[in-house]
Design a protein around this ligand. Structure first.
Ligand SMILES: C[S@@+](CC[C@H](N)C(=O)[O-])C[C@H]1O[C@@H](n2cnc3c(N)ncnc32)[C@H](O)[C@@H]1O
Length: 204
């Protein structure tokens, strides 16, 4: 693994531990709500095999998951990541600089629904451009994110989503998401009980 990226990941993990123990004391804008470390390792290994050239992420936060992805990718690859909270974007930018990968990561600031509509509009540029898409933002929007992202995903590409099993308060939205994607013929989906539960949908 890249040394600089590892250093930033380790410092963010310390922050995540602190957040777990002091959740109610931390202001909403300063909560990372990041994937777990084992989830990061899982995606890092998966992407080393999958060798993506271009990734789209919905829900950047402090950039913890983004850095696990960046570490698995080649130097000429690119990640587009979407975040609505300017304070979190500031933290994420700082982390990407420290990790030495800022030139490969484009943060799109805004409401994900709006950013994705914009992205999908310039069809020639965006059609089937991503190899891997990671959904980790507002759970009630997961089906919308999936539908708008699917045409932007290359064949044999993967749409992954976090929080499929935990926390239980998302159960209603996640159930809707799973019912929704299981009805889509062009993908095969499977749940991995890693971290908070990952749903991987392969475009076949
Ligand atoms: C669970 S956190 C993402 C964690 C990150 N993927 C990681 O593992 O390090 C979700 C993030 O999505 C952002 N978010 C939630 N709803 C959004 C929306 N509709 N548009 C853009 N960003 C959104 C939140 O501000 C938050 O930072």
């Amino acid at each position: 693994m890249n040394k600089k990226i590892t250093q930033v990941l380790r410092s963010l993990e310390k922050r995540a531990d602190y957040e777990k123990k002091n959740y109610s004391k931390i202001h909403h804008d300063k909560r990372m709500l990041a994937i777990t470390k084992d989830t990061g390792i899982f995606y890092n290994l998966l992407l080393r095999i999958h060798k993506p050239k271009k990734i789209l992420e919905i829900g950047t936060s402090f950039g913890y998951s983004t850095l696990w992805f960046a570490d698995a990718m080649s130097k000429n690859s690119k990640i587009i990541t979407i975040e609505k909270n300017p304070k979190k974007i500031k933290f994420a930018k700082d982390n990407f600089h420290k990790a030495g990968v800022a030139n490969r990561i484009e943060i799109k600031e805004g409401i994900a629904r709006d950013v994705l509509i914009q992205l999908s509009k310039s069809k020639l540029k965006t059609h089937e451009q991503f190899d891997f898409i990671f959904i980790d933002a507002d759970k009630e929007e997961y089906p919308f994110y999936f539908d708008i992202c699917l045409p932007m995903l290359k064949k044999n590409g993967i749409i992954a989503a976090d929080n499929i099993i935990f926390p239980k308060r998302f159960k209603k939205h996640i159930k809707k998401y799973l019912n929704h994607i299981r009805g889509v013929k062009s993908v095969k989906s499977i749940t991995f009980p890693i971290g908070n539960g990952q749903e991987l949908s392969f475009k076949i």
